[in-house]
Design a protein around this ligand. Structure first.
Ligand code: COI
Length: 354
């Protein structure tokens, strides 16, 4: 499916935002990548066109039955101007895993990656180079066929948009307050929690709203069956350092297999720090805190490494590491971001040049 990508020039370029005021996901670059699927001719018509609103039929199946999936990755500019991506092949693979789960036709992973590189190259001036900034890349696919019967659609659109971004949470290394949710659940085994469907995020909003109203940045989800075992946080995976060893919930079919999660595990192994993927209960976490042994951080593409300063569960609240970033979280943050922006050696060959 190696097709030629058509380029449509825009007349006037947008003004770029000030790096200091970026925040996350508020600004979009000049161009986007688009490709269509029809059951009769497969994925076709790849093009880079001016970023603009779309026109869709009100009966487009995505509005009714929610076949929509997405990915998130970032492009970084290193000090010498090299542009690099971080393990993008993992995002391409996960996009296809999400497609598979929602009966969306598979994409050609290497073609999409080359299209993303072409888009990034076109938009290289949109990659911010301030500390902690990057160009967030959002590929997504949704069903467009106008039809109201329930079945997988015969038509889809794949888009990639770009958003120059800074920290996901206000201040990257300031610890966040997290609420352990017991009333609502995120995902069940056999459901869609292990893939990146838009519906997972829609289902999380009620609890997120409740948490925010009570002063918390995010939700920590427990397993849907026993309401006992830790799963993940709203926008990231979670890690606990307990008495010198690191533990993160084992992928069980309802947890998202994060690229940053995998990178943290690989890094810890490389440093000979014991790391386990295990079933871990919220009770054990609170007990570890009582023994004075706990450090907690989240890991995600948007969130990077985000220290957790407070956990609130069942009306009990614990302050972790004096509400300061822990030593290990800081070390991992520096190593991963150092590799991403080309400041540190990349012994794992994680970075891919554009
Ligand atoms: C990412 O980290 O890229 C995500 O997709 C999380 C998000 C929903 C902001």
């Amino acid at each position: 499916m190696q097709q030629e990508i058509t380029f449509f020039q825009r007349d006037v370029l947008k003004e770029k935002p000030d790096t200091a005021s970026l925040g996350f996901g508020k600004y979009y670059s000049d161009y986007m990548f688009v490709m269509d699927y029809h059951v009769e001719n497969g994925w076709h018509d790849p093009r880079i066109i001016p970023y603009a609103p779309l026109t869709l039929d009100p009966a487009a199946m995505v509005f009714h039955y929610g076949q929509a999936i997405f990915e998130g990755l970032k492009a970084y500019k290193s000090a010498d101007g090299t542009i690099q991506l971080f393990r993008p092949e993992k995002n391409m693979k996960r996009l296809n895993d999400s497609c598979d789960r929602l009966c969306i036709p598979q994409i050609d992973e290497s073609f999409l990656l080359s299209a993303i590189k072409q888009l990034i190259f076109t938009e290289k001036d949109w990659i911010p180079d301030g500390e902690g900034t990057s160009l967030y890349i959002r590929p997504f696919i949704f069903s467009t066929e106008p039809y109201l019967g329930v079945r997988p659609a015969n038509q889809y659109k794949l888009l990639v948009i770009l958003s120059p971004s800074g920290a996901y949470y206000g201040d990257q290394l300031s610890p966040v307050k997290i609420y352990v949710e017991e009333q609502y659940v995120r995902a069940v085994i056999g459901g869609v929690g292990h893939v990146k469907t838009s519906g997972n995020y829609a289902a999380s909003m009620k609890a997120q709203e409740k948490a925010e109203a009570n002063g918390f940045a995010q939700i920590l989800w427990l397993d849907a069956k026993e309401n006992k075992y830790v799963e993940e946080v709203g926008s990231m995976n979670i890690f606990f350092k307990i008495n010198g060893e690191v533990v993160t919930p084992k992928l069980n079919g309802s947890i998202l297999p994060g690229v940053t999660r995998d990178s943290v595990i690989e890094l810890l192994k490389y440093w000979n720090i014991p790391v386990h993927e295990a079933k871990i209960s919220i009770e054990e976490i609170f007990a570890a805190h009582e023994r004075g042994e706990l450090e907690v951080f989240g890991a995600g593409t948007a969130a990077v490494i985000s220290p957790v300063g407070e956990l609130n569960w069942n009306e009990r609240s614990i302050t972790i590491n004096d509400n300061k970033i822990g030593q290990l979280s800081q070390r991992i943050y520096e190593e991963i971001t150092g590799i991403q922006i080309g400041k540190k050696a990349d012994p794992f060959n994680w970075t891919v040049k554009v």
